[in-house]
Design a protein around this ligand. Structure first.
Ligand SMILES: NC(=O)c1ccc[n+]([C@@H]2O[C@H](COP(=O)([O-])OP(=O)(O)OC[C@H]3O[C@@H](n4cnc5c(N)ncnc54)[C@H](O)[C@@H]3O)[C@@H](O)[C@H]2O)c1
Length: 277
């Protein structure tokens, strides 16, 4: 029997939590740049009754994304996409953050949008970082949303001389994810499919632990201590939201972004996390 297929990119904690929640009964093809991460997730999930195929893939490469899709289609129709691959500001230089988190995500949404089944659903993991930066102009937002994927990194606002540091690159990438999801959701809708993004706050995963131990460690620890929830979140709490968005209950939700940050963004604008002048 040919099964429905979920594509999962990024074999990290958030991706696995969502795949465990929504991937039962499907074939899950998990792509990660580090094949050992994909294999580790496949082992845990296969030993828990799922059907997971690990694959090496690089989100920053269109040909690698296309290869992943072709491999996935061998198992059946692609009905779900979970994009949870990415690099954080402490893990990579500016160019890599823009190539993976910004360009790669845009290409993945475009390529999967071409083959997603009717009734299919997609989720991409953005970040609260895209919400805690100065507003861009309406024109800049539209560039991020609608520029041809191959021309995205040539935009003036993304030129290296206009990106201050890796955090700024990450913020721009995550803002772009949200805008891209809006524009792509229109195209996915023509196929009867839905697409949304989730913007997590601090979720304890290896990526976040790198941040806690990186140059901005104190900043992050202060952030979760002073947010209304008073703690970092868990990948399973992100999966709670993904479950709503990817199930029938989310049938009227598409092209939207959901902050899941324990109130850190609210506090950043109107509470104790507000930056002091
Ligand atoms: N953990 C957090 O606090 C947090 C907060 C907001 C947003 N996010 C976002 O969530 C997503 C998942 O992060 P996580 O916290 O689960 O991290 P994680 O480190 O557990 O997983 C990320 C995975 O992505 C893979 N990856 C990195 N570059 C890749 C590439 N070029 N191609 C394919 N795979 C690649 C890594 O090998 C890793 O397995 C990222 O996009 C991240 O920006 C995380």
């Amino acid at each position: 029997m040919r099964k429905e297929v979920m594509i999962l990119t990024g074999a990290g904690q958030i991706g696995m939590a969502i795949a465990r929640r929504m991937g039962y009964g499907k074939t899950i093809v998990v792509g990660d740049k580090k094949i050992e991460n994909a294999e580790a997730v496949a082992k845990i999930m296969n030993e828990a009754g799922f059907h997971v195929i690990p694959l090496e893939m690089d989100l920053s490469s269109r040909s690698s994304i296309k290869h992943l899709i072709t491999e996935a289609q061998k198992y059946g129709e692609i009905t779900m996409l979970v994009n949870a691959a990415g690099v954080s500001p402490s893990q990579a230089p500016i160019e890599a953050i823009l190539k993976v988190d910004l360009y790669g995500t845009a290409v993945l949404l475009e390529e999967v949008g071409k083959v997603i089944a009717e009734g299919g659903v997609g989720i991409t993991i953005s970040s609260q970082s895209g919400h805690r930066m100065a507003q861009l102009s309406a024109e800049e937002d539209e560039w991020l949303a609608c520029t041809q994927t191959e021309e995205l990194l040539d935009l003036e606002i993304l030129k290296p001389e206009n990106i201050k540091d890796t955090l700024h690159a990450y913020q721009m990438a995550k803002r772009c994810n949200e805008k891209r999801v809006m524009a792509e959701a229109v195209k996915w809708g023509e196929k009867g499919a839905r697409l949304n993004s989730i913007s997590p706050g601090i979720i304890v995963t290896p990526l976040a632990i790198d941040e806690f131990n990186g140059p901005r460690g104190d900043f992050y620890k202060n952030m979760f201590a002073k947010c209304p929830a008073g703690r970092p979140g868990t990948a399973d709490e992100v999966a709670n939201v993904a479950e709503l968005l990817m199930s029938e209950k989310g049938a009227f939700i598409t092209g939207a972004d959901f902050l899941v940050d324990g109130g850190a963004t609210a506090s950043y604008f109107y509470g104790p996390l507000k930056p002091q002048e």
